[in-house]
Design a protein around this ligand. Structure first.
Ligand code: IMP
Ligand code: MG
Length: 186
């Protein structure tokens, strides 16, 4: 009994493990505690909105650590030109829940330029929710272009490309249990 999954080794594209699986799990625990406290006495529902695809693993882990009632929803976005700093955010798939008078917590994998979250916060506020807050697992402060208010943050990281725990490079490495730094690619 007690089988455990082997930790996948770093491939030649990956420089190092930046945040290991245990550290991620402990931090997600702490964030869940903060959210359980903060939303303990709210009126109306809490809606978690995971931003696809990058935050699907984070959303799944976080929601299972919440003891307060909540609904899980998802939204999918992409940069129009494929350039992550273009600021042309495009809505690919909208949420299903009606947000009016509900508390909305956006769950995002990483804050880079800030365009994605800035777009989402504005878009959601127009739907007349009771509140809109943000949780970001990873923050790259050196890359911020648009100011965005973060309510819950996991880790601050340097300006490097990271993969794993939901984050990808051309759809690769999403399911690594840790977050790894990648060598700069062509
Ligand atoms: P922003 O709109 O520039 O803040 O971009 C945020 C989005 O870019 C994230 O949701 C990710 O999808 C993607 N992204 C930014 N940096 C990284 C990274 O280091 N690894 C993987 N995806 C990233
Ligand atoms: Mg994302």
């Amino acid at each position: 009994m007690g089988s455990s999954l082997a930790i996948p080794a770093l491939t030649k594209d990956l420089v190092r493990v930046l945040i290991d699986a245990d550290s991620i799990s402990r931090r997600v625990d702490e964030l869940a505690h903060q959210i359980n406290d903060a939303y303990a006495n709210i009126e109306g529902r809490l809606i978690l909105v995971g931003v696809l695809k990058g935050s699907f693993i984070l959303t799944a882990d976080l929601c299972r650590k919440l003891t307060i009632p909540h609904v899980v929803d998802f939204i999918a976005l992409s940069s129009y030109s494929g350039d992550r700093t273009s600021g042309n955010v495009r809505l690919l798939m909208d949420t299903r829940e009606n947000m009016e008078d509900k508390h909305v917590l956006i769950i995002e994998d990483i804050l880079d330029s800030g365009y994605t979250l800035d777009y989402l916060i504005r878009n959601f506020k127009a739907r007349k929710p009771a509140s809109v807050k943000t949780l970001v697992l990873l923050d790259k402060p050196d890359r911020h272009t648009v100011p965005v208010e973060i309510d819950y943050q996991g880790f601050t990281i340097p300006d490097v490309w990271v993969v794993g725990y939901g984050l990808d490079y051309n759809e690769r490495y999403r399911t690594l249990p840790y977050i790894a730094e990648m060598y700069p690619q062509e």
